[in-house]
Write a protein that binds this ligand. Structure first.
Ligand code: GSH
Length: 219
């Protein structure tokens, strides 16, 4: 059976959201990041990214990972695109132009949005947003987000979704990167079309389901 490895508080949310959109059955193995555990090697530690049995699946020790029959995929964006192609119907690119756009939005998310967004999320997660150090990180990362956000904002003028006048896998993978910064009040204020698009993504029942499960998982 199709298996997704990865706790809900990880990039596993990307393929899982896609699978919820498509009502695709799968086995979920909620492998937790080893750094979230006090002692990942303890005999009673939960299945984690440093567990020998998980390293047999992904020697890189990262989640998500996917097994579909004999096919192992790592990298959340590759997994999500594969699943869109296999199960997604119109969620997948329809032609070569959409293929190019889909890859473009995924790479923009991975290379320009994800890291600054995660840094902002971490500052908030550690309760450091009010400290001078935290504020400096947030200010710098907010500046880094301005250029990719400007690109998304311009593209979304007069559009509800990133490509093809329909919700697609591109919206899933990019919005999952864009949301990392959402703990920062006002972060999207300069980008109203981006903010409205993110709200549309977050109104999807499959995202709401994924998010509830993600929030139910202990930090
Ligand atoms: N580029 C990879 C990044 C994977 C990654 O960093 N996963 C994190 C959780 S979101 C992880 O497994 N960390 C465990 C560790 O660093 O030990 C992807 O998109 O799948």
């Amino acid at each position: 059976m199709l298996t997704i490895y990865g706790a809900m508080r990880s990039r596993a949310t990307r393929p899982i959201w896609l699978l919820y959109e498509t009502n695709t059955p799968f086995q979920h193995v909620p492998v937790i990041q080893s750094y979230r555990l006090p002692d990942a090697a303890a005999p009673d530690a939960p299945f984690n990214t440093a567990s020998p049995d998980f390293l047999k699946v992904n020697p890189q020790g990262l989640v998500p990972a996917m097994l579909d029959g004999d096919l192992l995929l790592t990298e959340s964006l590759a997994i999500t695109y594969y699943l869109a192609r296999k199960f997604g119907g119109d969620l997948a690119p329809r032609d070569l132009a959409e293929e190019g756009q889909a890859v473009q939005w995924a790479l923009l998310g991975a290379t320009s949005v994800e890291t600054p967004g995660l840094d902002i999320a971490q500052v908030h997660g550690k309760g450091q947003a009010g400290t001078p150090e935290g504020q400096a990180i947030i200010a710098e990362r907010t500046r880094a987000l301005a250029r990719p956000f400007a690109r998304i904002e311009a593209h979304l003028q007069g559009r509800d979704w990133l490509m093809g006048d329909r919700f697609t896998v591109a919206d899933i993978v990019l919005s999952e990167c864009v949301r990392y910064a959402m703990a920062q009040p006002g972060i999207y204020d300069a980008w109203p079309a981006l903010a409205a698009w993110l709200a549309r993504c977050h109104a999807r029942p499959a995202w709401v389901r994924m998010w509830a499960e993600r929030n139910a998982e202990p930090v």
